[in-house]
Design a binder for this molecule. Structure first.
Ligand code: SAH
Length: 343
């Protein structure tokens, strides 16, 4: 049964039709409600003018459409917009809108804080607070549409605060609404889930039948090099992770993107490139090199442009398709690894 005053966006389409059935209303009202919420993007049940007043009253009595409060909005010189939202229980999250010539990408958070404590990332510094609900995940997209008045958001990347695969059920529920023609209608190939490498959940994701993109934060080429930067590697060692990625790409026939941070003198060495070449041999994948972005609590530095390019070239020679990620929104701390859940 539906909780009193639950956010209606916590209901999947089948759950909403089941709710309508339970109150003896026709299932087609679910289509109308989805259209109001995700396509017309209204925030009040009273504005859902093709529903009877009785049904609107019923929805108002049972559900809310919570709007996260905007605590801060920063606009980068490159047009990237970062918003710090406050949720109902005062937890905070950040969301980033990244405009480009052919696309508008939204970087969405999935948890308040993060448990995984990667040694270069701001998101885990204050620890982990809680999972976001499906409604809170979706509300970031709806709210950013309004706040930024941007061109239509075309791509979603789950690369904000938190570990998406550690909040699996709410993530998948949100992905289905984002992808559904009745919902936000964003193609699966324009939705990317990034993970620090939660192996059982990668295996589960492979069975979902979703055509979404999977990105895996690798950041090392061996257990030794990865353990130092990513404590999660002690639980899910790199060889097992690569095996899971291999199974994923075989089951879905999708290419995997590996993210690899470039830290001067640490990750950007010839030995690392050789190690990556060996590790990724024969896997349907590409590697996205991310020069490390500054986080005040850590004193890492990015390599020089020359070092970055020669690292990429060495990987290419070893048969690994490598690209360099251009940082966006760095001047307002909106780039990879700079998002937080505290002010
Ligand atoms: N928890 C998920 C989602 C975060 S995505 C994951 O780990 O994949 C954010 C990406 O930015 C990850 O690849 C992360 O490792 C990377 N990142 C974190 N801190 C960074 C920093 N200081 N500079 C560049 N990239 C960073």
């Amino acid at each position: 049964m539906v909780r009193n005053q639950c956010d209606i966006r916590d209901l999947s389409y089948p759950e909403l039709t089941a709710y309508l059935d339970s109150i003896h209303e026709a299932p087609f009202h679910a289509d109308q409600v989805f259209e109001w919420i995700y396509q017309k993007q209204v925030r009040q049940f009273d504005r859902m003018s093709n529903l009877s007043s009785g049904l609107r009253a019923q929805f108002k009595g049972h559900f809310i459409l919570f709007e996260p409060a905007v605590l801060q909005k920063n606009v980068s010189s490159d047009g990237t917009v970062k918003v710090l939202f406050e949720l109902q229980d005062k937890e905070k999250i950040e969301t980033v809108m990244i405009p480009a010539s052919q696309r508008v990408t939204l970087c969405v958070s999935t948890q308040a804080g993060c448990k995984f404590g990667c040694r270069f990332c701001a998101s885990g510094i204050g620890g982990w607070k809680r999972n976001l609900t499906c409604a809170e995940i979706l509300s970031q997209i709806l709210a950013m549409n309004r706040i930024t008045e941007a061109r239509r958001i075309s791509h979603i990347v789950f690369m904000g605060v938190g570990e998406p695969l550690d909040n699996y059920d709410n993530l998948i529920k949100a992905v289905r609404v984002i992808n559904s023609p009745k919902g936000l209608n964003i193609a699966a190939r324009r939705i990317t889930v990034s993970t620090c490498g939660i192996i059982p959940m990668i295996k589960k994701l492979a069975e979902e039948g979703l055509q979404i993109e999977l990105a895996v934060s690798l950041h090392g080429f061996s257990d030794e090099s990865r353990n130092i930067l990513m404590p999660v590697n002690k639980k899910y060692p790199i060889k097992d992770l690569i095996d899971a990625c291999r199974q994923y790409s075989e089951a879905t026939r999708r290419q995997i993107t590996f993210e690899y941070i470039l830290i001067k003198g640490v990750t950007c060495t010839e030995k690392a490139a050789e190690g990556l070449g060996r590790l990724l041999k024969g896997l349907l994948c590409k590697i996205n090199l991310i020069p490390c972005n500054p986080v005040s609590e850590f004193d890492y530095e990015p390599p020089s442009r020359d070092q970055i390019c020669s690292f990429r070239d060495q990987l290419q020679r070893l048969g690994v398709h490598a690209t360099i990620r251009t940082p966006r929104g760095k001047d307002v701390s909106a780039a990879c690894g700079q998002l937080r859940h505290t002010i």
